[in-house]
Design a protein around this ligand. Structure first.
Ligand code: AMP
Length: 280
């Protein structure tokens, strides 16, 4: 594995190679969720680039950016063990050199949910993802369903800007009690770690109701809220969306429904989601 820090170095590395390239964009502090994306890329491509970049543009809270975990050596060792071809670890000044001023703006699918509670987050995320896709020239890029709205917006980005890259979605990796793996979980104290299982329980409650035939979004949302009340938590949102638009479901169709939620547990903000009509 080689470590590169400059966009030009990544571009030259790619130009000097034939065969397919998979890109796995991350912010580091790698866990089994990231590993699943890397494994998928390793299986499907001749080369795999993993980027680690804590993107200042997508953080709407300085405190969250500053406290974001950055175990550099551990991440590097883990990627080396997995068989990654390149670790791409640019510094902010390389990604946003002086004079930088053009950004991507998310469309309506980025307006609600995470977009509402983290203003500017998706514009920053889309800007850096477009940069990484262009810098690497990847044939495929790997994203987790854990961040379902992000996945939706990245698919739109690639289609709307005619980027020649296949977006591959990977299922959410969970702890044994259902908590979705996340770099932010390290901030949970033992008590909050127990309460954090409420997210998966709320989503599962919605799915059980859906599987019993409930098709009123409001009833499904109330089932989620009931779980949070019992856990003494208040959701930022607990909603049902149409996966194809990331808007509230319209009309009678109940295919492609996904329950999505965000909750602050102690000082840690957690998100999760679950397809209602599938067994993941
Ligand atoms: P992050 O480092 O949090 O920006 O995440 C990098 C990529 O890993 C994104 O595509 C995430 O959706 C994905 N990811 C994060 N957590 C998980 C998880 N628990 N399961 C699957 N993918 C994940």
């Amino acid at each position: 594995m080689i470590v590169l820090e400059q966009p030009e170095a990544l571009r030259s590395w790619r130009k000097a190679r034939t065969g397919s390239l998979g890109l796995v964009p991350t912010m580091g502090s790698l866990h089994a969720g990231h590993e699943a994306l890397v494994q998928a890329s390793l299986q499907q491509n001749d080369h795999t680039v993993v980027s680690i970049f804590v993107n200042p543009l997508q953080f709407n809270e300085t405190q969250d950016f500053d406290s974001y975990p950055r175990p550099l050596q551990e991440d590097e060792d883990r990627l080396r063990r997995l068989g990654t071809s390149v670790l791409y670890r640019p510094k902010p000044a390389a990604m946003y050199p002086e004079g930088f001023e053009t950004t991507v703006q998310a469309g309506p699918g980025g307006g609600g949910f995470e977009g509402e509670f983290r203003p500017g987050h998706f514009d920053g995320m889309l800007t850096v993802v477009l940069k990484l896709l262009l810098q690497s020239g990847a044939d495929r890029a790997y994203f987790g369903e854990k961040d379902a709205q992000q996945l939706y917006l990245v698919r739109r980005l690639v289609e709307d800007f005619h980027v020649d890259c296949e977006i591959v979605a990977c299922p959410t990796q969970r702890e044994a009690d259902g908590l979705a793996m996340s770099s932010r979980n390290v901030h949970l104290n033992p008590e909050d770690r127990v309460r954090s299982t409420a997210l998966f329980q709320a989503l599962s409650a919605a799915r059980v109701l859906f599987q019993k035939g409930e098709r009123r979004p409001q009833a499904l949302e109330q089932a989620m809220q009931a779980v949070y009340r019992q856990a003494g938590l208040q959701a930022e949102y607990a909603a049902v969306v149409d996966d194809r638009t990331f808007q509230k479901p319209a009309g009678e169709s109940s295919g492609n429904w996904r329950a999505v939620t965000a909750v602050r547990v102690g000082s840690t903000r957690l998100i999760d989601n679950l397809r209602l009509d599938a067994g993941d």
